[in-house]
Write a protein that binds this ligand. Structure first.
Ligand SMILES: C[S@@+](CC[C@H](N)C(=O)[O-])C[C@H]1O[C@@H](n2cnc3c(N)ncnc32)[C@H](O)[C@@H]1O
Length: 337
């Protein structure tokens, strides 16, 4: 068996989590995230990796603010895991007043250019493949709690750029009256529309520590853990990714107390306990599934434990404690003019 692709590993992991995904800090976080997105009625919004639709429906509510109909805007959610989309579809049924604003699509968001082929399906149950997205057609693209699942962050943001509305500069000509020379024109004044915005969150480099440590364990065992946070070393890491792919970062908001716990520390003694918990997660199962049929789960568990301990302690300070952040960085960016 070939190793699982990123999309396959995510499907494996989230199919198992879909039923209980919302028994977590995610619903409250979605509200905080959408406040930063600040959507307005009339906008077209693309929610990539929409999952069970948590932020999707908060966005749709904002478009519906004045009970508008007609051109009140639309939110399109795209996700690769059928089981997550099924929960979103249930929510869509339960909110008929928002249903005409929301569309759900089953597709790999790292290949939006193939939307419209037979691999994409729409939640409406239609057998017809949804139409490909028009270029430069979205006011806002969001991706929450998912970006660090992707293998190649640069390629992903570079690919999404073509779907955002670009900034527009309008050359304006103003006339004024001069008492001696009559009308005078002033050329070269520019009216500027900032274009669409991209809003993406990335966990702080010291958040969700056990996952980062398990990524390193997987690498040392020649396996693949279904997340990729190796490139996140500071608040500037994702800013750099955006800037080298043609975006201007408008602001970065640091949202604290994501899980409600706040910043804390682990001690060295907790490494084994964290490891045991993580080996019961769907992320660990996805890692083992990707290893192929010759690899026994119990062998991976046994070999991984001392490596986890060692990698975990590499993050410890002089006091032997490992700092754990409870912060998410939220980036708001637009296409660089
Ligand atoms: C942690 S959930 C986030 C869901 C939602 N955005 C939220 O914040 O509650 C991550 C989602 O990313 C989706 N996902 C991961 N890789 C994907 C890909 N390549 N294409 C589409 N969806 C993907 C998973 O199926 C899962 O639903």
């Amino acid at each position: 068996m070939a190793p699982l692709s990123q999309a396959e590993a995510s499907q494996y992991m989230y199919a198992a989590r879909a039923g209980k995904y919302e028994d977590s800090w995610h619903p409250h976080y979605a509200e905080r995230f959408v406040r930063i997105v600040n959507p307005h009625p009339g906008q077209r919004i693309l929610d990539l990796c929409c999952g069970t639709g948590l932020e999707l429906f908060v966005l749709a509510e904002a478009l519906n603010k004045d009970g508008q109909h007609g051109d009140g805007g639309a939110v399109i959610g795209v996700d690769v895991t059928v089981e997550m989309l099924a929960v979103a579809a249930e929510r869509q049924k339960a909110r008929p007043e928002l249903a005409d604003r929301v569309q759900l699509l089953h597709h790999d968001v790292t290949h939006l250019e193939t939307l419209g082929t037979k691999m994409s399906t729409s939640s409406a149950g239609s057998t017809a493949a949804p139409a490909p997205f028009e270029k430069h057609s979205f006011d806002t693209i969001v991706c929450s709690n998912a970006f660090v699942l992707f293998d190649d962050p640069d390629a992903v943001v570079a690919g999404w750029r073509q779907f955002l509305k670009p900034p527009v500069y309008t050359a304006a000509t103003h006339s004024s009256t001069d008492s001696h020379e009559g009308h005078e024109s002033h050329r070269g004044l520019h009216h500027h529309e900032p274009g669409g915005k991209l809003v993406i969150d990335i966990p702080h480099e010291a958040a969700q520590r056990s996952g980062i440590t398990m990524e390193r364990v997987a690498r040392r065992l020649g396996l693949v853990f279904p997340s990729n946070r190796s490139w996140v070393t500071s608040v500037n890491s994702f800013r750099d990714v955006l800037e080298r792919n043609g975006y201007r970062v408008e602001r970065v908001v640091e949202l604290d107390h994501i899980s409600g716990k706040g910043a804390s520390h682990y001690t060295a003694y907790q490494a084994d306990e964290l490891y045991d918990t993580l080996t019961k997660s769907s992320a660990f199962e996805a890692m083992v599934a990707g290893a192929g049929p010759g690899v026994e789960r119990e062998t991976v568990v046994r070999h991984g434990k001392p490596i986890f301990r060692e990698e975990f302690m590499r993050d410890a300070g002089d006091d032997g404690c490992v700092f754990v952040s409870d912060t998410m960085y939220v980036y708001v960016a637009r296409i660089e003019a």
